[in-house]
Design a protein around this ligand. Sequence first.
Ligand SMILES: [Zn+2]
Length: 414
Amino acid sequence: MVWKFALAATTAFIGVQAAVKTNYASTVDPLNVVLPDIPQTTSLDEAVQCTYYSSPNAIVPAEWPTVWGSATSNGMNTSAEFTALYNSIDWTKVPNFPVRKLTAAGGLDMAGYDNVNDPACWWSSTTCKIPKTQGINGDLYACPEPEVWGITFDDGPNCSHNAFYDFLEKEKQKATMFYIGSNVVNWPYGALRGVKDGHHIAGHTWSHKMMTTLTNQEVLAELYYTQKAIKHVTGVTPKHWRPALGDLDDRVRWIATQLDLTAILWNLDTFDWAANVQAGVTEQTVDDHYQEYIKMGTNGTFANSGNIVLSHEINAMTMNFFMKHYPAIKKAYTHVMDVATCMNITQPYAENAVVFPTFDQAVGTTSNNSSASGSGTTPGAAKASTTGANAASGSVTFNGPLFIAALFGLLALV
Ligand SMILES: [Zn+2]
């Protein structure tokens, strides 16, 4: 299997400086996640799942932004912690592009912007993904290997996602999950389930605002407090994130780079969230999108590289769309996988103990792991994970179950 670095050329890490020092902390061991057996984690009834619960991972509200408020709210912008972080960044180097404005209708105001040359590499303008300013992490937007469907779900953790996550678990299917910070602190067991099941977790901002419309301070806070929330609740610090509606430019990318974050976008959009919400978009429209993208798996569209597909866990409808079309997706594509695996990113978190398989390992060119005898067990389950971690020596820690689970699951797709 030839690894195509060419398509991953957007990762132009030219002169990227070391990330700033952050203050993420957690008492959770991501290799030893145990979910409590309570109705919210086991029921398939939406109302039951979305009933408030207290947990050891609860936050102290005074130390965090207001949930679903701006990430600088509740005095966070003047807190000692955030001020120290902000002042540790050399803001003389931030690309000098303006804070964008919203129109009266709530869209981005592009009046006066040079949409032809797109100097800021503003995705909302031209879907630009390769930064035009040096020293910035470029965006990932397509799995590089042929006939690969890269699965991504935005806006979780949804409090009523048990049936959906059960489905993925049963299918031994990993996906990349973009979690909103406010959802993570509201529904910590939902986020923990994602880590426990071995999904690739990434950030999706604190309050889901369009990032280019925020000040430098607000952008930093949206990213920082989402990282902090995911770490606090699950024990992992994602190295990847996705801006709401894909809205980022080189100013936003530069700030994300300070936190060692790389954006993951997409090259196919299901518009699943828009059914019955946006004028002219029905459930049939979304089904048509899925069917069109499924056809691309066999008509040569992805003969030389793969895709990354945008879908959502925002409600039952969007999750159902995926489950409905999943058998056809598996049939049409050679491989269906999370973005970390398809991009050969074996350590997608700051915590190097959590290791994902390489693409080749995942698709089974190293398939002698008969130790995956516990195929019916939950990936990343406590006992097996601990064994995997302890089995490694020195600083190299191998998360056996995560790897084996991914390997085992993906073999079934070949
Ligand atoms: Zn979103």
